[in-house]
Ligand binder design. Structure first.
Ligand code: MLT
Ligand code: MN
Ligand code: ZN
Length: 304
């Protein structure tokens, strides 16, 4: 399985256009060692010039060009994105769909509650029906929810319902139902390798930890270091957990759970611009290295 991290940042990207927090200011002035990052998305290669996109960020054009996810040169018009799977209906994971309006119907896979948001509270599917149209495939979060995408059967996708939050615009905000947020277990039948991708996760339980322990690689929510990080950085008051993201640090933080797992690769994605781990010289970054936890970056390629 060939995976590429198209965007490793949370909503807003890094540096964020309107932000002069220590990280964003430090990056612009060259005072801190850090990489710029676009918004949260990954892709998995199916074959030559065909990819499965997981989440469609507003930075999609830049990401496709930067990571060479290009159309085949053999046909004048063709779409390199064979399928698009959404893990939630947040703007940073869905607004990019609007930028893909030029092709024939997009093939989108999402849960019923994400489909609802995208046809009601943020009706981009309705808007797109006047352009390329969307073939909306509803995925389930119950038993036997495995699915494959068209023209490919070696990658099997299993949606895993997660505790997180729905977007601020959604009627499910703070009143979530299963399917508002999923992680994706992706199994390659050819190689028997497994990836678990979960960019938004507020809580882990024993069942989820068991699943995470049995995969070859995790691409997982590295949004914030501290739960009150927005307040510490002077950019807001909302707690990370209220937004649906568990902090990395602390007794019950994600690192404490990751440290119990035998998973060969543990890689953080969806990193907010306030997170001290963006600074490659920070003590927090050194702590991750000691625990063998990697920090995802745009263009990171993972072969399983
Ligand atoms: C999130 O991951 O919680 C959202 O993308 C936040 C946002 O809308 O910026
Ligand atoms: Mn997000
Ligand atoms: Zn910032």
């Amino acid at each position: 399985m060939n995976i590429i991290v198209l965007g490793s940042s949370a909503g807003g990207g890094f540096p964020q256009w309107n932000c002069s927090c220590n990280n964003c200011k430090g990056f612009r002035s060259g005072k801190i060692k850090a990489r710029a990052r676009t918004q949260s998305s990954i892709a998995i290669e199916l074959n030559n010039h065909q990819w499965v996109l997981i989440n469609a960020s507003p930075d999609i054009h830049h990401q496709l060009l930067a990571q060479k996810l290009t159309p085949s040169p053999k046909k004048i018009r063709n779409n390199p994105l064979a399928a698009i799977i959404l893990t939630d209906s947040q703007l940073d994971h869905t607004a990019g769909l609007l930028l893909l309006r030029e092709d024939k119907p997009l093939s989108v896979y999402a849960t019923q509650s994400v489909c609802y948001d995208l046809t009601h509270d943020f009706p981009i599917m309705n808007v797109l029906s006047h352009y390329c149209g969307v073939k909306l495939n509803t995925i389930s979060v119950g038993d036997n929810a495995d699915f494959t995408v068209e023209n490919n059967d070696h990658l099997v996708f299993t949606p895993i319902p997660l505790h997180s939050n729905a977007p601020p615009y959604s009627r499910h905000r703070d009143k979530t139902v299963p399917g508002d947020n999923i992680g994706l277990l992706i199994s390659d039948k050819n190689t028997n390798k497994k990836l678990f991708y979960a960019p938004g996760i507020e809580m882990v339980d024993a069942t989820l930890l068991k699943l995470m322990n049995e995969v070859d690689c995790l691409l997982i929510d590295g949004t914030v270091w501290h739960n009150d990080e927005l307040a510490r950085a002077g950019v807001g008051t909302t707690l990370a957990t209220a937004m649906g993201h568990m902090p990395l640090s602390g007794e019950q933080g994600l690192i404490s759970h990751l440290n119990t797992l035998a998973t060969p690769r543990k890689i953080l994605v969806h990193i907010n611009n306030t997170n001290p781990i963006l600074n490659e010289d920070s003590p927090e970054r050194a702590e991750l290295s000691r625990f063998n936890i990697e920090v995802g970056y745009d263009g990171m390629e993972i072969q399983l």
